[in-house]
Ligand binder design. Structure first.
Ligand code: SF4
Length: 70
């Protein structure tokens, strides 16, 4: 899984960091989302999908990739 965040769209609601703090962080400067991990692995994939679905501004997009060979 390849996580991307569009900081131009992020409203700084903090929902994603509250749900998956290992992956999403909040900037001290502008209050918007930062990524701690772009490809955090299957252990948190479900939580990341849920956070992306709940993001009120649609700023989190997920790109599945073939993990064979990684
Ligand atoms: S849930 Fe969406 S709008 Fe809220 S902080 Fe995360 S990326 Fe930004």
């Amino acid at each position: 899984m390849d996580i991307r965040v569009d900081r131009n769209r992020c409203a700084g609601s903090g929902l994603c960091m509250a749900q998956v703090p290992a992956v999403f962080d909040q900037s001290d400067e502008d209050g918007k989302v930062l990524l701690n991990a772009q490809d955090p692995g299957p252990a948190v994939a479900g939580a990341v999908r849920a956070a992306a679905a709940r993001c009120p501004s649609g700023a989190i997009t997920l790109h599945e990739h073939d993990t064979a060979g990684h």
